[in-house]
Design a binder for this molecule. Structure first.
Ligand SMILES: [Zn+2]
Ligand SMILES: [Zn+2]
Length: 361
């Protein structure tokens, strides 16, 4: 029988979100029904509400979640009822050209649930990033459930489902930061702070945090930044070069999604260095660089989509590092809130007051 639960829905472009009844079907083939325990409030949820992702309203928001599997479809063997899972939006297909070439973290055909969750009048809901976890229960593809150690706090490890994984992966996977490297991270919100934590975790010797906000720079230090650059008062490129022997950083990570910041990161990079873009731009942004500089400086420019993570490989490992005290995921949780508080959490996020507000069910 379908479940009726409370969920946070964006009904129309730009309107405040509503807490409404959501009908969640029993899991069919390839699906899992999850009792959501925690779900972080991410900028992407706000982008959905503002119509910046698509026009397929109404959206069931929420996608940085942890919970317990309640039921699975008849053919599902990867998870079973009672499993503690972190939800992901990269349930790889195993069949597409990326998967077949052994690069499933680029999977071009990731799985979501096939049945719709609906409003009580039957209107189908589009779940944010195929998850929709600002709800007491959600229906996902079984591959979107990654089983992790149940000793972990859901409000902390659920954040691996999106922004924190994107940041960690931008340094550890896309940027391939290694022991002794110098790294500069541009933008110290949740994703940027995770990039700093990731760079520190894999042994970067110098980790430079760049932001316009002194409070965020202080937070960046807590995540392991060795140096900070206040972009409201300093020439960013000159400052990063000065902190790296006059050369620039081996890896620069753009975690804002802004053309000006992208250009700073491009030039703050050492020759043959790597520039990673993990900040999400809008469709109207353009970059304009002298082609001779692109060629002449060498190295690599690499977009990082979800940190190039493979959830089945990376989530359990990162949760273990968290439980060993080597990766501070608790620090990302600024506050825990109720489902009723999501709209207010969007405002706090907009004012830059929080790394993450996390809804607890
Ligand atoms: Zn695939
Ligand atoms: Zn997100």
């Amino acid at each position: 029988m379908a479940s009726e639960v409370r969920g946070v829905v964006a009904m129309a472009k730009g309107e405040p979100v509503s807490l409404v009844t959501v009908v969640v079907p029993e899991p069919g083939p390839g699906e899992a029904l999850v009792q959501v325990q925690s779900c972080g409030v991410c900028h992407t949820d706000l982008h959905y509400r503002e119509g910046g992702i698509s026009d397929e309203f109404p959206f069931l928001l929420g996608h940085e979640a942890a919970g317990v599997v309640e039921a699975v479809g008849p053919d599902v063997v990867s998870v079973q009822p009672g499993d503690f899972v972190v939800l992901n939006w990269r349930a790889v297909c195993g069949e597409c050209r990326a998967c077949k070439r052994g690069r499933p973290w680029y999977c071009f055909n990731t799985h979501n649930a096939t049945q719709n969750m609906t409003l009580s009048d039957g209107t189908p809901l589009a779940p944010a990033l195929g998850i929709g976890a600002f709800a007491e229960k959600t229906l996902v593809a079984s591959g979107q459930c990654t089983k992790v150690n149940p000793a972990a706090r859901p409000e902390a490890v659920g954040l691996l489902g999106c922004g924190v994984m994107a940041g960690l992966g931008s340094a550890m996977l896309t940027g391939e930061v290694g022991t002794g490297d110098s790294v500069a991270v541009f933008g110290c919100g949740g994703v940027g702070c995770a990039a700093i934590a990731g760079a520190q975790l894999v042994g970067a010797a110098t980790v430079i945090a760049v932001d316009l906000d002194a409070g965020k720079l202080e937070l960046a230090r807590q995540f392991g930044a060795t140096d900070v650059v206040d972009a409201s008062r300093q020439d960013v490129v000159a400052a990063v070069r000065a902190l790296t022997g006059g050369f620039g950083a081996d890896v620069c990570i753009e975690a804002v999604g802004d053309p000006t910041v992208m250009e700073q990161a491009f030039y703050a990079r050492d020759l043959a260095g790597t520039l990673v873009q993990v900040g999400v731009p809008t469709p109207y942004m353009r970059i304009d660089l002298p082609m001779i500089d692109f060629f002449g400086r060498g190295g690599q420019l690499r977009p990082s989509w979800y940190g190039d993570c493979l959830p089945s490989r990376d989530f359990p490992m990162l949760v273990d590092l968290y439980l060993q005290g080597r990766l501070d995921l608790d620090r990302f949780v600024t506050e825990t809130i109720a489902l009723e508080d999501v709209e207010e959490a969007f405002h706090r996020m907009g004012r830059g007051e929080v790394l993450r507000s996390v809804v607890m069910m």
